[in-house]
Design a protein around this ligand. Structure first.
Ligand code: TEU
Ligand code: CA
Length: 533
């Protein structure tokens, strides 16, 4: 046991644009966050992670940074930031910021200088070629765009307004490390590092295998140089500071992930996507049915192989947790299954991240048409699709916008998020699923989550205990045990919509359940039960 601050705190993820709007322009902001610190205390979370709040033209909602030293105008000022840090810390809440350093905005001063047809300090800050290779980008068909001024092509793994930085260049690295250190000096307690496993690209940028534009992660994910950069970053920025580093590392596998975390020289933990992608078919736009065995295997494998895990059911890039893993066909099922999946995942070993609204059972959104869709990824998907009707249906089910609608605070206009028309529609279900209503309702998802958070953060056995799978072949129940010294707790979750007859061993105490009176030999549909033995 090492007692790092992130081991016994739960991190609450805030999507600032959609959390709380303090000045009635329809966009969430830092003063909005300040106004909700009491709510964070009420929940019992010990840290917040904010999606990017830096100056940005918002091609990809802040993941395209124009100026790392400034706060986005719509979100507030540096004074607001300082006040927010002060108040969070006063309330014993740590602040984790997003760190987006695989790419910048094309409006960043570095890129503007780099695009000039004139040698200068920034000429090699990005990845330029006379001829593009065949790589596809995450968001658009080709990962290359031509610069009319420089008369060369630049690489962008994401949108054309997100050019990739050239990490081979030591000046780039030093600029980034200096920027990180400035934010740490400003009071930041940790970073969530955006696509940090993509910062190194294979030498020579080889063509991907296939015709046309080919998505080629084998040449930009987890390259050997990436480890060198992460080690250097740790030495230059984090050693001797009480700072948490969580890497966002898509396409990392259970085989290579431990190299990022287990020796403590690179990251403290990572976000890997096996769980949230378990229902993806050929890609994120095509779903396959839920499979309990797969769910169980993914979770138990990561519990065994990683020194420390990030536990999450959703984030700003994913659909809503209850829509993916639970059942929203009736309110009864929705409420019970939202509690159950939270129990299944957050009592594992690792740092839990709760995405705003998850604690209310917020669900996917019935977007009426493409005009209601804001996300660049979805808009590009639509643009490039042949069958527009099918594309739209697919987007409604899978778009990242499902997670980005305003936080539901009350039954007031716009769910109490803003006095003005919000930048993205409010989910019409807010009249029932909102903070105020759920505070009053004894059996709400919110009241359950408060208990779940308290259970997780106050019990050493749930923080540090060893993990063991139980009932490994059961077709309905996901179950496990956590043990530390003479303490053992067990977690049982019926992941199906049918009651099951099953007898569990006698227990000492019932710590948490989502049904009225649990029966000895029967689990209700979506029942969860946490017991000590
Ligand atoms: O996401 C990285 C990433 O892999 C996603 O693009 C993911 O594949 C996609 O969202 C699935 O729909 C990070 C940020 O979390 C995301 O919001 C940004 O758009 C992206 O990086 C670029 O900065
Ligand atoms: Ca605002």
């Amino acid at each position: 046991m090492s007692n790092k601050w992130w081991e016994n705190r739960i991190v609450y993820q805030i999507y600032p644009r959609s959390f709380a709007d303090s000045n009635s322009d329809g966009i969430g902001d830092l003063r909005g966050i300040i106004s909700k610190i009491d709510y964070l205390k009420e929940l019992g979370v010990g840290a917040v992670w904010l999606n990017p709040i830096y100056d940005s033209p918002n091609d990809d909602n802040g993941y395209d940074i124009r100026d790392y030293g400034k706060i986005m105008k719509e979100f507030g000022t540096m004074e607001d930031f300082d006040e927010m840090v002060k108040l969070l810390h006063k309330n014993n809440i740590k602040l984790v910021m997003d760190l987006v350093v695989n790419h910048t905005s094309d409006e960043n001063y570095w890129f503007k200088m780099s695009s000039l047809n004139m040698k200068n300090r920034y000429t090699d800050f990005y990845i330029w070629r006379d001829k593009p290779n065949n790589w596809a980008s995450f968001f658009v068909p080709s990962a290359w765009t031509y610069s009319e001024t420089r008369k060369q092509w630049y690489l962008h793994l994401f949108s054309a307004k997100q050019p990739d930085l050239n990490w081979k260049n030591v000046d780039v690295r030093n600029e980034i490390y200096a920027m990180i250190n400035r934010w740490l000096d400003n009071g930041v307690d940790g970073f969530r590092m955006d696509v940090i496993n993509c910062i190194a690209k294979a030498d020579g940028l080889p063509d991907g295998k296939g015709d046309g534009n080919v998505f080629s992660p084998e040449y930009f994910v987890m390259q050997p140089k990436m480890h060198d950069y992460l080690r250097e970053m740790r030495q230059t920025c984090f050693v001797g500071r009480d700072c948490m580093c969580v890497g966002e590392t898509p396409m990392t596998t259970k085989e290579n992930a431990p190299t990022l975390v287990n020796d403590g020289q690179e990251l403290d933990m990572i976000f890997q996507f096996d769980l949230v992608e378990m229902r993806d078919g050929i890609d994120k736009w095509h779903n396959i049915p839920f499979d309990l065995n797969k769910f169980r295997t993914i979770l138990s494998t990561w519990e065994h192989d990683m020194k420390w895990n990030s536990l999450f059911l959703s984030n700003h890039d994913q659909i809503r947790a209850v829509s993916r893993f639970g059942n929203t066909s009736t309110d009864e099922f929705r409420i019970r299954s939202a509690k159950m999946i939270g129990t299944a995942v957050h009592l594992l070993k690792g740092t839990s991240y709760i995405y705003q609204g998850e604690e209310l059972g917020m669900a996917n959104v019935p977007f009426p048409n493409m005009e209601a869709i804001r996300d660049i990824e979805s808009r590009n998907y639509y643009k490039n699709a042949d069958d527009k009707d099918l594309a739209f249906k697919t987007i409604v089910k899978n778009s990242r916008d499902n997670a980005r609608t305003p936080m539901q605070w009350s039954v007031d206009r716009n769910a109490g998020f803003s006095q003005a028309e919000p930048w993205i529609m409010v989910n019409p279900d807010y009249k029932k699923y909102n903070v105020e209503a759920e505070r009053q309702e004894k059996d709400s998802v919110l009241n359950y989550y408060k208990k779940l958070i308290s259970l997780k953060t106050k019990n050493e056995v749930i923080i540090y205990g060893d993990f063991k799978l139980l009932m490994e072949t059961n077709k309905s129940i996901f179950a496990y045990e956590r043990t530390l010294g003479d303490k053992t707790i067990r977690v049982f979750c019926n992941m199906t919509n049918k009651p099951v007859k099953i007898k569990i061993e006698p227990y000492k105490e019932l710590l948490l359940t989502n049904v009225d009176k649990p029966k000895i030999a029967r689990f209700e549909a979506y029942e969860s039960r946490v017991v000590s033995v």
